[in-house]
Design a binder for this molecule. Structure first.
Ligand code: PAF
Length: 292
């Protein structure tokens, strides 16, 4: 695996790969890698791409500074895992490389209602920060395919919209000036045997918290299975009670349209839906979702 820290260097390398006709698959991460990330790398490899992974803990997307400081940093282990997974290239920039003139100078994109609901409501500014860094990463790598995990479902929609906005303002073009074609591939959430969604944050849970945290997935399954049987309001209340009893503080238990995350008061017969939960297990904030 080749490691680059500078934008100019990785761009040169990617240009040479492209001259050789390679397709580029890109997996952006914040490190503290787990099997969920490795499944994205495996998917990209299976699809025949040269796989580029980035590790950058983006300060601009943490609304809570202590969350940023506590975010696990395990770079030696990450490099070993990526090497084992046969990742081809790792982009490992410093903050000054991504934001040479500070965060305020980086281009910000606006996502309307999508950045104000659910995660956006509970983590103000989070998606602005995600948009800022993903725009820079996309311009650097210009992948044919971008692999994202369904666990961060709202982020997947935000990044889809980001691509549209970057095409509209012509900040994401290939060498001929045409919109750079990047396909977003949303991959299923990887789960532990008890259903807990894999997340870098899980390693901050104590053993009892770790056991309790599986209740989040069980609640999502309950929301999914009670469609056509129960009103969503009632299911939500049952889930809230279950989580509280386990010592988990729910931030939201929501049902939304899958296409644009329009929040739904109840199940809708002809709408593709997604149920989403954010909850705090001790100090650790976890999110998860399931298609309904
Ligand atoms: O999901 C993540 O790990 C991050 O939000 C991302 C997409 C790498 C941007 O920092």
């Amino acid at each position: 695996m080749v490691i680059f820290k500078k934008i100019a260097d990785i761009k040169n390398y990617i240009a040479s790969l492209r001259r050789d006709g390679a397709a580029i698959g890109f997996v952006p991460t914040m490190g503290a890698l787990h099997n969920g990330h490795l499944s994205l790398i495996a998917r990209a490899k299976n699809e025949g791409a040269i796989v580029i992974c980035s590790i950058f803990v983006n300060p601009a997307q943490f609304n809570d500074p202590s969350d940023f400081l506590k975010y696990p940093k395990t770079i030696a282990e990450d490099i070993a895992m990526l090497t084992e997974a046969k990742c081809d290239v790792l982009f490992l920039p410093e903050v000054a490389e991504i934001y040479p003139n500070g965060f305020d100078a980086a281009k910000q994109y606006h996502f309307g209602a999508l950045e104000e609901i659910l995660e956006g409501a509970h983590r103000p500014g989070h998606f602005r920060g995600v948009g800022m860094v993903v725009a820079i990463l996309l311009q650097t790598v210009q992948p044919d395919a971008l692999y994202l995990g369904q666990k961060d479902f709202q982020q997947c929609l935000i990044i889809g919209r980001l691509l549209e906005l970057m095409h509209e303002d012509k900040s994401y073009c290939n060498s001929t000036g045409a919109p750079a074609p990047t396909q977003i591939v949303v991959c299923p959430t990887n789960r532990e045997p008890d259903g807990l969604a894999m997340s870098s944050r899980n390693r901050r849970l104590t053993d009892p918290q770790r056991m309790a945290a599986a209740g989040i997935y069980r609640c999502l399954v309950a929301v999914q299975s009670k469609k056509n049987i129960e009103k969503f309001d009632i299911v939500r209340k049952e889930c809230e009670d279950i989580l509280l009893e386990k010592g988990i503080q729910p931030e939201y238990i929501a049902l939304a349209a899958r296409s644009d995350l329009r929040l739904l008061a109840d199940y809708e017969e002809n709408t593709e839906m997604v149920a989403l939960i954010a909850a705090k297990v001790g100090e650790v904030r976890l999110i998860d979702n399931i298609f309904v």
